[in-house]
Design a protein around this ligand. Structure first.
Ligand SMILES: NC(=O)c1ccc[n+]([C@@H]2O[C@H](COP(=O)([O-])OP(=O)(O)OC[C@H]3O[C@@H](n4cnc5c(N)ncnc54)[C@H](O)[C@@H]3O)[C@@H](O)[C@H]2O)c1
Ligand SMILES: [Zn+2]
Length: 378
């Protein structure tokens, strides 16, 4: 039977809401289950971009009495409802594990024990499951160094070394089969979610996919949540006349992918079987340094405030991680279309129209990290 009814948990959030719009445009019947988490939805109401063709249900993914009937009425479940901040997860451990890991357990328990017609489950995973990205050592080949030590960070010795021979290594795009490790609670819960969904999917023959999102940016991204993506935080800072704060030396490599490319990839995952039972990197396949991002945003905003390179590190930060998107290309025919320049221009145009940009909670969040000893400073 073809998929017609899609349940999107977290569908009032940033990525979910864009997917919801795309699904409606493609003729699906969409239901959203979302708890309207106050940190994301400060008004406590459905966002202004809520889609009039969608049924919105306010509820928590940990509440089976709400979740179960919605799952049973659907042929596909996209599970995005989650607590989403790395820094915060290091001091709200109970909440992160409960919402993310147990919320997913509730979904799987329903799928295994109730009579359903679900033909596809998509669960949001993250770049965070890798810890550090992949590296190449001239002598040893591909290597997977762990998190940098406190001593290395304190010495401001930012680059990774080969775990076998100690030589300098270069960052290479990370394939899905790189050795995984997690260095923060949020990423652990993302890994739980992914592993649990893929395991139960395989065991019971429910096609499941775990997109591993890299740095997703675009309209509707939170500008006021201090734990949101760095591009949004910097736009908010620049528009408030404050410098973007760049940790370490700014040479960290990342993959920034437009929300529109992400939605295109998710739609392929829903409609094609190629990536079933697999984790799949969702990135742009292009690499950029953090300092290049800050400088590009400054230029696009026409701001005179230069980025502030702190030359200080945070204990849970990784040095480099960029996406190898071969799997998404080969299994789904995914091809990213939005350039960084186009995508950031769109993000900025949108930011100018949102009142949230006036609020900058970044300094307060930094104080909290400092108080918890999570910011290494000399
Ligand atoms: N934005 C990124 O770059 C990125 C990167 C990696 C992974 N992800 C993952 O993608 C998914 C969506 O992220 P996003 O950026 O759209 O975040 P978001 O915070 O904008 O959206 C999450 C939504 O989930 C809802 N929610 C939170 N707790 C809930 C609960 N207990 N029950 C029901 N709903 C709940 C929130 O109200 C919010 O609307 C998340 O699972 C996140 O972990 C995002
Ligand atoms: Zn080596």
């Amino acid at each position: 039977m073809a998929i017609r009814n899609v349940l999107v948990t977290g569908g009032a959030g940033y990525i979910g809401s864009h997917l919801v719009d795309a699904l409606v445009a493609r003729g699906y019947d969409v239901v959203v289950l979302d708890s309207l988490e106050p940190q994301v939805h400060r008004s406590g109401t459905w966002p202004s971009y809520a889609n009039p063709k969608v049924r919105y249900v306010k509820g928590d993914v940990r509440d089976r009495s709400v979740f179960e009937p919605l799952v049973l009425a659907s042929e596909a479940v996209v599970h995005f409802g989650a607590a989403v901040s790395i820094g915060q997860s290091m001091y709200q451990i109970d909440r992160y594990v409960d919402v993310n890991t147990r919320g997913t357990a509730v979904l799987l328990d329903i799928l295994v024990n109730a009579k359903h017609k679900v033909e596809k489950v998509i669960v949001a995973s993250s770049i965070g499951v890798y810890g550090e990205g992949a590296y190449q050592c001239a002598a040893c080949g591909p290597v997977a160094p762990g998190i940098r030590s406190e001593a290395q960070m304190a010495a401001k010795d930012w680059e990774q070394r080969c775990p076998s021979c100690g030589a300098s290594v270069v960052s290479i795009p990370t394939p899905e089969n790189k050795a995984l490790y997690r260095d923060n609670i949020y990423s652990m819960t993302k890994y739980h979610q992914e592993e649990m969904v893929l395991l139960i999917g395989k065991t019971y023959g429910i096609p499941a996919v775990a997109p591993r999102f890299f740095n997703v940016y675009g309209p509707r991204q939170s500008l006021s949540n201090p734990y949101a993506g760095v591009a949004a935080i910097w736009i908010s800072r620049l528009m408030n006349g404050k410098a973007p704060i760049v940790f370490e030396d700014g040479g960290q490599l990342r993959d920034f992918v437009s929300i529109h490319d992400v939605v295109a990839c998710l739609t392929l995952m829903l409609e094609k079987p190629g990536a079933d039972y697999l984790p799949v990197n969702v990135g742009s396949g292009t690499t950029v340094t953090i300092l290049e991002i800050a400088t590009m945003l400054q230029r696009l905003l026409g701001s005179r405030v230069e980025p502030e390179v702190t030359n200080a590190g945070r204990t849970f930060d990784i040095r480099h991680n960029t996406a190898d998107i071969t799997r998404a290309r080969d299994t789904l025919g995914f091809e990213p279309k939005v350039s960084l320049e186009q995508g950031f221009a769109e993000l900025i145009e949108w930011a100018k129209t949102t009142p949230d940009v006036a609020v900058d909670f970044f300094d307060k969040a930094m104080d909290e990290l400092k108080a918890k000893g999570l910011l290494v400073q000399s």
